[in-house]
Design a protein around this ligand. Structure first.
Ligand code: NAP
Ligand code: ZN
Ligand code: ZN
Length: 350
């Protein structure tokens, strides 16, 4: 074991504070990474505050991690000391169920091991701690290669916001000639815009924030619709092949189902703690599909990073110091983030 420092929430209503803990030394298959940057995902807030159900405290959040490899186990082949490396939302899975064998570890039938708030398979009885920390040790099968040609701090949020939007866009084969809607311009939504645009679709952003219109166009939207304006929404009825809903709070999904064409699909990636309701006739009358999607598998995450390297895509970020995490959480909740906070973990005292 080695000593590590980070930031943790000790309870659902406690602010995050400096925290010292121990990590396992790298085993034969492990990679140790000195964390340089870690993004703040809205899921970190849902978890730290037990909004999705009781969390295991202390919670060290963070699953948008980039850093440099500082040690590798004897059986590690893909990484060497000094390499850039990334870690997303998963650090392990069963590796033998049908989903894992299909490269869809996020749907592991026994549950993947979350980067934080999970049960570490390699150290029974120990919980996982995430990327708001100086270092992390992860099995090589769950470590990503990070392209050298992109701005490193702005790459970090690709590990969750990037893959969570890339995976459904790919799965539902979004491309040229299709009309795509992205709902909510936050961390996920802004990546949804960039990626759908790069894949060649005609993209419309739906936002509750009039002040985000210009940014949305810069980020790849062909059209912007203010979702609180009933006439503007009515004008979009039946126009869309595919809509990706990235909203973190309770909202009216009926309003978006109506905008789908016959056979269109609305995919929910935003995960509000409260149930959403729908009238089945919104589906039945036009054979529409309402679906969900969870992050992406490890191979697909690598594919997404390589796609971003090829297209020069990174996140739009605001870099903060570790002692600004609590303030950043308040700003995310107040819908005041453009469009991802990234913590400079290098600035954390050892
Ligand atoms: P975020 O940065 O806070 O963005 C959420 C956006 O939703 C806001 O920017 C806002 O966009 C919109 N919004 C907020 N409150 C709203 C309300 N009351 N009504 C309508 N729109 C509202 O959050 P994020 O990090 O992108 O995460 C979004 C959600 O996805 C979270 O629930 C997160 O847990 C979840 N998530 C899911 C997965 C997955 O695998 N499925 C992965 C990562 C995250 P506008 O200002 O444009 O309206
Ligand atoms: Zn996330
Ligand atoms: Zn599995």
């Amino acid at each position: 074991m080695f000593a590590c420092t980070g930031y943790a929430a000790q309870s659902a209503d406690a602010p995050l504070a400096p925290f010292s803990f121990e990590r396992r030394d790298p085993g034969p298959e492990d990679v140790r990474i000195e964390i340089l940057y870690c993004g703040i995902c809205h899921s970190d807030i849902h978890t730290a505050r037990s909004e999705w159900g009781p969390a295991r405290y202390p919670v060290v959040p963070g699953h948008e991690i980039v850093g440099r490899v500082s040690a590798v186990g004897s059986a590690v082949s893909g990484f060497k000391v000094g390499d850039l490396a990334g870690v997303g939302c998963m650090v392990d899975s069963c590796r033998s169920c049908a989903s894992c064998r299909a490269g869809l570890e996020q749907y592991c039938e026994t549950g993947f091991t979350g980067t934080y708030n999970g049960a570490d398979k390699k150290t029974p009885g120990v919980q996982t701690f995430g990327g708001y920390a100086k270092a992390i040790v992860v099995d090589q099968g769950f470590v990503l290669r990070v392209p050298e040609n992109l701005e490193l701090a702005a790459v970090a949020p690709l590990l969750c916001a990037g893959i969570t939007t890339f995976s459904p866009l790919r799965h539902w084969k979004v491309g040229p000639g299709q009309t795509v809607g992205i709902v909510g311009l936050g961390g996920l939504g802004h990546m949804g815009l960039k990626l759908a645009h790069a894949m060649g679709a005609e993209v419309t952003l739906f936002t509750t924030s009039p002040g985000k219109t210009d940014d949305a166009r810069r980020l790849g939207a062909d059209h912007v619709v203010l979702s609180k304006e009933p006439d503007a929404m009515a004008a979009q009825a039946g126009r869309f092949d595919f809509i990706l809903d990235c909203v973190a709070a309770k909202h009216d999904i009926e309003a978006y189902l109506r905008l789908l064409k016959r056979d269109g699909t609305l995919v929910q990636v935003g995960a509000p703690p409260e149930p959403l309701s729908l009238n089945v006739f919104s589906l039945i009358l036009a054979r529409r599909t309402f679906a969900g999607s969870l992050i992406g598998g490890i191979a697909e995450t690598q594919e997404m990073l390589d796609f971003c390297a090829e297209h020069g895509i990174v996140c739009d970020i605001e870099l903060i110091q570790p002692d600004q995490i609590n303030h950043a959480y308040e700003r995310v909740i107040a819908n005041d983030v453009k469009y991802r906070f990234v913590i400079d973990m290098n600035a954390l005292a050892a």
